[in-house]
Design a protein around this ligand. Structure first.
Ligand SMILES: Nc1ncnc2c1ncn2[C@@H]1O[C@H](COP(=O)(O)OP(=O)(O)OP(=O)(O)O)[C@@H](O)[C@H]1O
Ligand SMILES: [Mg+2]
Length: 494
């Protein structure tokens, strides 16, 4: 059969086959179980170093079962996988399409199971066939996690610790890789799809899966206990503002105010910690942009999904393997200004592009938006200032602050709270400066003084601070939204 070695299924023990160009199945060690110590470090050719022993595979705490796989199962799988690798001709398999290759693998694995007289239940056998197909043709043990839409992040810390984030909570799973070599091989498979490489020479790599998920890999020797792989899953059905209201991330009145902020072209900064929901919120805010506006988005990895017809999406580019060809965020934002944008949207402001975004906001590109990492609206303002200072602009801090005040109208603060819930904790206006201090005013806050229920959920509520005429009132009036704004604020204050 195609894909099978001509010497057929007797599973010879030679272990010297070179991997073919496309299907990269790493060669398992001939007798993996007898050499666990060597295996743990099989990839590290780095100079000797004193390393604290890696932590044991985690067994403490609750482990989330993904598929029902016992230790026995993993052992059997390794045996069958090794026999399969000795049996198939990978270079021929690489020429088949995925479906045909999957069929071929299934046939051979079934044969190996009967030759070796492996005792398994039908469901275990089905799981094994699926897992082996995933290992050879896909992303191995990651496949069942990638298929789930409820997982926000997948975090792999070496071969035997895989964590997921579900519903705002991080959980350890029973998913594991055969060894660090398999993990590294899958990392390589992921990044090679976007023409990149990850190895000892270039151990840090950002990439994207075909479905749009954002990937970061940091490999040994930088990552001490095997490669660390982090995936921010791309949500096919992006959350909308109505979903955020349903989840209690924002109150209904707060959402109405956000809608007015978006529609009235108010310059907005979304601030929040890692994974707090900044990009999601930015995406929600873009829904309020009129369909006749020309919008340009600049991102490091395209995550936003604007529904308007007149959108230009730009993405930064990392340097190539020779260290050339990089196009950074600043260059993109600067170029945007020559593209006659009406609004500019910067996925994440993290460096000197802050200056260019502020300038754009200040020079007629009203309604521009961006996100940045900060834990409070005030901290967001400080971060913005330090980004500009570190960008080498030799401006007095008073000037920078005046520039910030002249550009940013609203800061929306997102947070992931200790109970795993994601909330909008502040909608804050930037009013002006007093001396050298920037004056802000909260319109909405999330009040957490209610404590926790018995399950540890935070009992909080969104509250209006009672401001009836926010500073953007005139602007809302100009866009004919003043009555709506008054309504929403009155309802919130009631
Ligand atoms: N209000 C919310 N309620 C529930 N889940 C949310 C909410 N906002 C975002 N999420 C989910 O949380 C995850 C992280 O969201 P998002 O990518 O927007 O965060 P981020 O702050 O941009 O993260 P990063 O700092 O890594 O860029 C996503 O899976 C998203 O679907
Ligand atoms: Mg983000």
């Amino acid at each position: 059969m195609f894909g099978r070695k001509s010497s057929a299924a007797e599973a010879p023990q030679s272990a010297t086959q070179a991997a073919p160009p496309k299907v990269e199945v790493e060669k398992p060690k001939p007798k993996p179980k007898s050499q666990p110590k060597q295996k743990a470090n099989e990839e590290a050719k780095a100079p000797p170093r004193v390393t604290v022993a890696s932590p044991k595979p985690a067994t403490e705490g609750a482990v989330v079962e993904v598929g029902n796989r016992s230790d026995n199962y993993f052992q059997t799988k390794t045996t069958i996988f090794n026999a399969l690798i000795d049996t198939i001709d990978l270079s021929q398999l690489a020429q088949l399409d995925t479906e045909a290759a999957g069929e071929e693998i299934r046939d051979i694995v079934n044969e190996i199971i009967s030759i070796k007289n492996v005792q398994m239940s039908i469901s275990e056998q089905e799981a094994l066939l699926q897992d082996i197909c995933n290992d050879v043709l896909g992303y191995g043990p990651l496949e069942p996690l990638l298929a789930r839409d409820d997982i926000a992040d997948i975090m792999v810390n070496g071969a035997s610790r895989v964590f997921i984030e579900v519903g705002g909570k991080i959980q350890l799973t029973n998913v594991r890789f055969r060894d660090n070599a398999q993990l590294m091989n899958i990392c390589q498979r992921i990044v090679s799809q976007v023409g990149r490489r990850v190895d000892e020479a270039s151990p840090i790599c950002d990439a994207r899966l075909l479905d749009g998920s954002r990937v970061n890999v940091i490999a040994p020797p930088l990552s001490i206990d095997g490669a660390a792989l982090t995936i921010r899953k791309f949500k096919k059905d992006k959350l909308r503002i109505a979903d955020l209201v349903n989840f209690g991330s924002i109150s209904e009145e707060g959402a109405r105010v956000l809608e007015i902020i978006g529609a009235c072209r108010i310059n907005t900064l979304i601030s929040g910690g890692t994974g707090s929901g900044k990009t999601t919120l930015l995406n929600c805010m873009t829904a309020f942009i009129e369909h006749d506006e020309r919008v340009i988005t600049c991102e490091d990895a395209a995550e936003l999904q604007l529904q308007q017809p007149h959108v230009v999406r730009l993405e930064t580019r990392p340097p190539n393997l020779e260290g050339q060809g990089e196009v950074n965020m600043r260059e993109l934002v600067k170029n945007c200004l020559r593209m006659r944008p009406e609004r500019i949207i910067v996925g994440e402001v993290r460096g000197p592009e802050a200056f260019d975004l502020l300038q754009a906001m200040n020079t007629g590109h009203d309604g521009s938006m961006g996100t940045l990492h900060a834990n409070s609206p005030r901290e967001a303002l400080q971060r913005l200032e330090s980004m500009i200072t570190m960008g080498g602009y030799n401006l007095p801090s008073k000037t920078i602050r005046e520039m910030i005040v002249g550009s940013i109208d609203i800061i929306i603060q997102a947070a992931r709270l200790r109970d795993g819930s994601r909330r909008i904790t502040h909608i804050t206006e930037v009013l002006g400066t007093e001396g050298e201090t920037i004056i802000t005013q909260d319109l909405f806050v999330f009040d957490m003084s209610g404590g926790e229920d018995e399950d540890g959920n935070i009992l909080g509520a969104h509250q209006s601070t009672g401001i009836a005429r926010p500073a953007f009132w005139d602007r809302a009036k100009y866009y004919g939204k003043d009555a709506e704004l008054a309504d929403a604020l009155d309802a919130a204050a009631a």
